[in-house]
Design a binder for this molecule. Sequence first.
Ligand SMILES: NC(=O)C1=CN([C@@H]2O[C@H](COP(=O)(O)OP(=O)(O)OC[C@H]3O[C@@H](n4cnc5c(N)ncnc54)[C@H](OP(=O)(O)O)[C@@H]3O)[C@@H](O)[C@H]2O)C=CC1
Ligand SMILES: N=C(CCC(=O)O)C(=O)O
Length: 445
Amino acid sequence: MATLQSLLEDIKKRNKGESEFHQAVEEVFASLEPVIEKYPEYLESGLLERFCEPERQIMFRVPWIDDKGQARLNRGFRVQFSSAIGPYKGGLRFHPSVYLEIIKFLAFEQTFKNSLTGLPIGAGKGGSDFDPKGKSDSEIMKFCQSFMTELYRHIGDSVDVPAGDIGVGSREIGYLYGQYKRIRNEFESGVLTGKGIAYGGSLVRKEATGYGLIYFVDEMLRDNGHVMEGKRIAISGSGNVALYACAKAQELGAKVVAMSDSNGYLHDENGLDINLLIRIKEVGRGRINEYLEFYKNATYVEKPEDVWSVPCDIALPCAVQNEIGLREAQMLLDNGCIAIGEGANMPTTNEAISLLIEKGVLLAPAKAANAGGVATSALEMSQNDMRLKWSFEKVDNMLKEIMVDIYNSAKFAALEYGLDKNYVAGANIAGFMRVAQAMKEQGVV
Ligand SMILES: NC(=O)C1=CN([C@@H]2O[C@H](COP(=O)(O)OP(=O)(O)OC[C@H]3O[C@@H](n4cnc5c(N)ncnc54)[C@H](OP(=O)(O)O)[C@@H]3O)[C@@H](O)[C@H]2O)C=CC1
Ligand SMILES: N=C(CCC(=O)O)C(=O)O
């Protein structure tokens, strides 16, 4: 008879060398132990094995011509992980660190996240090893057009709906959509989300992941006798998620004193000027160290991983996977950090999660806390379906409600299994149960 442990070993054997995917599965299996004890049929029927196997993985060649007339070559991916509760849904990551297994772990995480939103969206993820940094607008466009020339055959508003992630913002979505529309000869606005407002994008989508993170963390703090007001916050990353998490945290009265990028971290004890940072990053497409030209008291240290050495009450990892290991977790504990809100996907190692929870740090897990982006993407799909355009306030209120619901789902799932305040386990359990129920009713497919 299979056990959780023997299944985990089998999954590791079947996916040799895929350390991030192994890590993601290990974390989930640790959470599901009490669930499988109560419902062994999820294991005995092979459902859990199917749950951890992507429905489809697609890899394709992406040739393009650079501004010098040189032929360039990248690789594209799309992992369509689960369609149990809706069409595949998840971002596209353009970054040189991308390869198939990275996309697979991200797509696996998306299964739980999309389930927790309560909306009809399955799980997928895609991307490329293309590096947008240092590329001209024309090169970005030519790459996106070539990428979509391959991807279009695999997506659709009821099949698979990509969106943004690292290196993919509304500019890239626009170029991808333009090529898709040209090939399909059809205005299928719901096929991509994160679109520009002029042609079907939803208000709040740009801000959603960052805002949603703060809504979740604020709910978690309040439920545990704390307030956001007056708290010191350190954030890793300075992209779409980090910038809008910073803006909303400051709106709620917190002081954000540090933010990072892949070259280092910015520190301003007076609190970062978020409007300047948004101008530098979004308008100028510049680097955060340009901030020093405006604020002489600020510092920029060329060690991104040491952003967590800046004393803070709340840490918001909003960059990449595994940026908080045991070393960084100890830095946070030594500085009296009381809460962590994961804006990035899988930013904390399993060892660091165990240490932080053991020490009583309130940990808002990525699958739950950063679901605001995909939830608002689903709201964009709904508006597109109905050919409607909702107001910023309407969408923002829906986002806030969804994030509070997600918090409560994680909280009460943890409580049901005697795992009070273990929001990592609660999110994994609540996310799993909805998809597992759908899989059970749909048969062995
Ligand atoms: N966009 C979305 O809707 C959602 C995104 N996420 C997750 O949030 C995280 C950030 O995504 P997003 O803000 O969209 O991406 P962006 O491309 O807008 O920003 C990424 C940020 O992370 C920084 N970064 C990248 N690599 C490293 C590194 N090795 N060390 C430190 N910083 C690094 C980048 O710095 P630099 O400019 O130097 O490269 C940049 O500041 C990702 O983990 C993503 O998967 C989760 C849910 C939704
Ligand atoms: N990159 C995203 C957003 C995906 C989406 O909006 O479909 C994520 O949830 O990780």
